[in-house]
Design a protein around this ligand. Structure first.
Ligand code: SAM
Length: 246
């Protein structure tokens, strides 16, 4: 996979080995090539309302009883933004005019550009409920036909930023998230990296907050102060978190 994704860059520079390419991306002269390499090697598959049970849980268990001031969600590894806007639609429908904010991050600058622009092909609407589509997706006409864009009211509530989860998190990052979605990215890390990423990320979750990974991932052999509420859904322990909160 790496060979096929990167070989065109070797051709571009007229290089004859991956070692030469490795040296090039670490040289000061070609600093921008490092990001191009990241954008090429990351797998960015995503879609609206992927793993719908997580969105149902958010609506029916987390938001239903929520009484705080501003509800904060982090979509870490958000790819092109479909996960982020799915969350935004759920929050808009459930919390309405109450205060809520979403933070989306990814290591790839290319996918973040799409997430910020929020213009998608019409066939991305496959899993979306008709009423949400009518309310939050603006169909393009003429040169934009075949595309839709997300409602500007939703876009205003979302901030995107490039973050590499393997490195220390930026100091300005909110440390009080109510919910963190970290789905379909842990699979790409070895056990030690996965452990450090999970620890780093849940340090920004408030006690009692929820941490959601993909159904195809697990936290085996990662000792955290999390309680499993359902498969793939965890709650950070707090003085009030008991087994009955399941
Ligand atoms: C398969 S997508 C998952 C998107 C979305 N969370 C979902 O479940 O549909 C994985 C994303 O993780 C990002 N990623 C990979 N390594 C990362 C890292 N070290 N830090 C932040 N994001 C990373 C990739 O760029 C990619 O967009």
């Amino acid at each position: 996979m790496l060979c096929s994704r990167l070989s065109k860059r070797l051709d571009f520079y007229g290089l004859s080995s991956f070692t030469q390419y490795y040296d090039l991306i670490h040289s000061l002269e070609y600093q921008q090539e490092f990001q191009i390499m990241i954008d090429l090697v990351t797998t960015n598959e995503t879609y609206f309302f992927r793993e719908p049970k997580h969105f149902t849980f958010l609506k029916e268990h987390i938001l239903k009883n929520w009484l705080g001031d501003t509800f904060n969600i982090w979509s870490a590894a958000c790819s092109t933004g479909e996960e982020t806007y799915s969350l935004a639609m759920v929050l808009a429908e459930t919390l309405g005019y109450r205060k809520w904010e979403i933070f989306g991050s990814d290591i790839s600058s290319r996918v973040l550009e799409t997430a910020k622009t929020a213009v998608y092909l019409m066939d991305r609407l496959e899993n979306m409920d008709n009423s949400l589509m009518e309310k939050y997706c603006l169909r393009g006409v003429r040169s934009q036909s075949g595309y839709f864009c997300m409602d500007s009211g939703l876009k205003k509530r979302i901030q995107f930023e490039q973050i590499n989860l393997v490195k220390p998190l930026p100091i300005h990052l909110n440390r009080n998230f109510d919910v963190i979605f970290l789905r379909n990215v842990l699979i790409y890390f070895d056990q030690a990296t996965k452990k450090s990423v999970v620890e780093r990320v849940i340090a920004t979750l408030k006690p009692g907050g929820y941490f959601i990974i993909s159904h195809s991932e697990n936290l085996h052999q990662i000792n955290t102060n999390l309680l499993m509420v359902k498969p793939s859904i965890y709650q950070k322990k707090s003085a009030h978190t008991t087994q009955s909160s399941k």
